[in-house]
Design a protein around this ligand. Structure first.
Ligand code: 2AM
Length: 170
């Protein structure tokens, strides 16, 4: 099964992402928008791996700090438009520790460097081929949970099913 570990989004951050989507749509940007329930911040993409319980065990061995996650700009990779996310050193060091623990347990994951982003739209069709200038509303949330998701292609797009989660220890 195809697995990834991600931070679920909530509250003001989801509201701001809905505004970003609405303003892209107003500017005539078309493409495959991420449905609200699928919006997330990926921390590690494992790909095909058959033992989710082992992954949850490793996730449980890395302590998750409480930190603020703030939307931070807007940009594009090949085929993807995204909003950046800033969780400061707490997020960076958590992701380093998580990936180190996965490595030590021989759990495979995509080793590309971590560029925290929330995919808003895939396969964008841009009016006149240009990315519109866009103000991302200021928004932040407290990060309290990290979730292991299974990813499957459904009839109406991707379906992300939570298999388990870890929270902060206070
Ligand atoms: P993306 O949004 O930038 O495509 C589920 O596919 C999640 O895992 C997405 O957030 C996706 O990021 C991320 N991801 C990271 N590396 C990936 C890879 N090599 N293949 C597919 N998804 C990947």
């Amino acid at each position: 099964m195809r697995l990834f570990i991600a931070l679920p989004l909530e509250g003001a951050v989801l509201d701001a992402l809905a505004k970003v989507r609405a303003s892209l749509e107003r500017r005539g940007v078309r493409g495959n928008y991420t449905r609200e329930e699928n919006l997330h911040l990926t921390l590690a993409f494992l790909g095909d791996y058959g033992d989710p319980d082992r992954v949850l065990e490793i996730m449980g061995s890395v302590s998750l700090p409480r930190f603020r996650l703030t939307l931070d700009g807007f940009g594009a990779f090949a085929g993807v438009l995204w909003c950046g996310a800033d969780g400061g050193e707490a997020l960076e060091s958590y992701v380093r520790a998580l990936r180190r623990a996965l490595s030590q347990a021989d759990i495979p994951f995509d080793r590309e460097s971590f560029r925290p982003h929330i995919t808003v739209l895939r396969k964008p069709e841009l009016p006149r081929g240009r990315l519109p200038g866009l103000e991302v509303p200021a928004a932040s949330m407290t990060a309290e949970r990290v979730v292991l998701f299974r990813s499957e292609r459904g009839r109406n797009g991707m379906v992300y099913t939570p298999l388990g989660e870890v929270g902060n220890c206070r």
